[in-house]
Design a protein around this ligand. Sequence first.
Ligand code: NAD
Length: 296
Amino acid sequence: MTTIAFIGLGNMGLGMAANLAKAGHEVRALDISKDAVANAVTAGCIAANNAEDAVKTADVVITMLPAGRHVSLVYAGEDGVFTHAKADALFIDCSTIDVTTARNVNAQAHDRGFAMIDAPVSGGVGGAQAGTLTFMCGGTKEAYTRARPFLDIMGKNVFHAGGAGNGQVAKICNNMLLGIHMIGTCEAFNLAEKLGLDAQTFFDISSTASGQNWSMTSYCPAPGPVENAPSNRDYQAGFTAAMMLKDMRLAQEAAASAKAATPLGAQSEALYALMEAADKDDLDFSAVMKLIKGTL
Ligand code: NAD
């Protein structure tokens, strides 16, 4: 049994912490929301009152927080994890955050003698609950190897993407590609329909031809062809347009700093931002189909 501090017990963190507790670890739960901590206690965790209480006996600290500023604050802020963690503690940040912050916090951890990896996930709330997440990890091989047994409890596929921040790079590049091909798929289905070709027939042809892609075959934005796709339940999420927009913005920020041209990424970000402006970003990201059709 390992003592694990788990900080950030929201939609994702709760299921992940519950799975670690179920596996027999002592999980010390910390969140600024009292309800989140109460839910974690119900799921088998122990409530912690503050960062010191959470981390002072922990061998491993796992964070699942909204954005880079929360991660910086929790680790490097006054009275944060760095101040109170055991000298040989391992830190695993599973939040999706900007590459620069991920690398900065990792460097600060290293400077203080701690081991740390970034380990953002895909698989959503369902994957967090079921323990079937995919982890994309950045950090030293040694830190990754130490983290692996805990990641294996929370996930099904675990990848080491290279040095610090490379987990975040893999995550945002993958999601930028997903965001782009979802929009292209919407445009193709909408054009087909306007020209008199129904969604199912176009799907049958294109899903076996060169236009085939995941957004079409597993998550079709046109109602009908893929039974369990959000388009068949009025675009209830799933993966919200708000979460997609967050990842597209992270990708654009990273592209600017790396001087990488991502014109389609920029255009796609602008389209998901229109869903936010219309106050429809709580719908699944495949509801960008409604934007393309003019029915949002
Ligand atoms: P969430 O908002 O539901 O949970 C975040 C939790 O962090 C909240 O309970 C909040 O109270 C807590 N928190 C914020 N600041 C804190 C602080 N200073 N100290 C302690 N706790 C604090 O978010 P979520 O949906 O669980 O997502 C978490 C991360 O996972 C995000 O980075 C998100 O991009 C990523 N992610 C989410 C999904 C998804 O489907 N929800 C999928 C993949 C990745």
